[in-house]
Design a protein around this ligand. Structure first.
Ligand code: NAI
Length: 335
């Protein structure tokens, strides 16, 4: 029986990296019946809602989606569709594994980086509660609840336990935001006591950012509220080759949406040069979620081999190949 999965190519480079990922998934032999769902900035503008019902209905039906990026207007316009999907489907855990790719030349190529970032995905400053108090004075509400903080902390500790991870670092700014980040960190401490086998420490977000650049190999699992998680995961992506290589998953109780960390990259869209590694790696997380561990391992190895060979890399990684040549090389290594 084929898996029924929602495919949202998105816009910008989304359709290019989504096509490439569908091709490698086909090559793994896992039978997938894609429910293709169009979503782009122009569709959202026309529909008048940041989450058109056909998208939500499809993910509710299939339970699993592979999603490309969608452009969000800056400082005005419609609200982020990504935030809307995460909130509507209660995808409370954003999971981003960040690891050194074999053979890839980066500033940190001699360091073995292997961390997983857990970002609370539904509240904090992403609650979208902003208003103008009086002219030229605006207020954004940072919402932190015990419910959501306990839930993400437990999710991260459970993951660490199941996957043999040894240390969790909670990241906060509770020295300044004593109430909101204070609540988050108290919830992390509470859950940490239930997992004595996993080491637990805390870092203030500014110090954590510096430590990540100075000593990235010392980090194992990071646990953060929404905004710090968003920023720190791009920083971490920069340690291992950039946004083109880091995967992501948005996990809820009943639904899962797998998507790359990167956005729609309008600067390179339509040129056939986007790096599809990030969405391909996100699809490996999806295969594991589906219970297709063997196919996931095979695709992971094929990607690793393609990086080790280093002959078909895209331009963002210092290569000269396009999306198609890179994808062909991964498929060749898969076979
Ligand atoms: P971006 O991630 O689209 O691009 C940042 C830089 O990284 C650009 O120079 C781009 O060319 C490069 N880059 C990103 N992905 C790449 C890939 N796969 N291969 C090669 N190079 C790649 O971030 P930016 O420019 O801040 O955002 C553009 C749009 O994307 C915005 O509208 C933003 O809101 C949206 N966005 C959407 C996301 C989503 O749908 N999940 C996530 C992040 C941003």
């Amino acid at each position: 029986m084929a898996y029924k999965i929602t495919l949202i190519p998105g816009d910008g480079i989304g359709p290019e990296v989504a096509d490439a990922t569908v091709r490698v998934l086909e090559a793994t032999g896992v039978a997938i019946d894609w429910e293709k769902t169009e979503l782009s900035a122009s569709i959202i503008e026309k529909s008048g809602t940041s989450l058109p019902p056909h998208v939500l209905e499809s993910i509710e039906r299939t339970g699993v989606a592979l999603k490309g990026p969608v452009t969000t207007p800056i400082a005005g316009g419609f609200k982020s569709v990504n935030v809307a999907i995460r909130k509507q489907l209660d995808l409370f855990a954003n999971v981003r594994p960040v690891f050194t790719l074999p053979g890839l030349k980066t500033r940190f190529q001699d360091v073995n980086i292997d961390m997983v970032i857990f970002r609370e995905n539904t509240e904090d400053l992403y609650s979208g509660l902003e208003h103008e108090v009086v002219k030229d004075v605006v207020e954004s509400l940072k919402i932190i609840t015990r419910y959501a903080s306990i839930r993400i902390a437990r999710y991260a500790f459970e993951y660490a336990k199941k996957n043999g991870r040894r240390k969790i670092t909670a990241v906060h700014k509770a020295n300044i935001m004593k109430l909101s980040d204070g609540l988050f960190i108290r919830c992390c401490r509470e859950i940490a006591t239930e997992y004595p086998e996993i080491a637990y420490n805390e870092l203030i977000v500014d110090n954590a950012s510096m430590q990540l650049v100075m000593r990235p190999e010392t980090f194992d699992v990071l646990l953060l509220p929404n905004l710090y998680g968003d920023i720190v995961s791009d920083l971490a992506a920069g340690l291992v080759g950039g946004l083109g290589v880091v995967p992501g998953a948005n996990m809820g109780e009943n639904h899962a949406v797998f998507e790359a960390v990167h956005g729609s990259a309008p600067d390179i869209a339509g040129h056939g040069i986007a790096n599809p590694t990030a969405l391909m790696s996100s699809s490996i997380l999806m295969l594991r979620h589906l219970g297709e561990g063997l196919a996931a391992d095979r695709l992971q190895k094929a990607l690793a081999l393609t990086f080790r060979e280093g002959t078909h890399l895209t331009r963002d990684l210092g290569g000269s190949c396009g999306t198609k040549e890179f994808t062909d090389a991964v498929i060749k290594n898969l076979v």
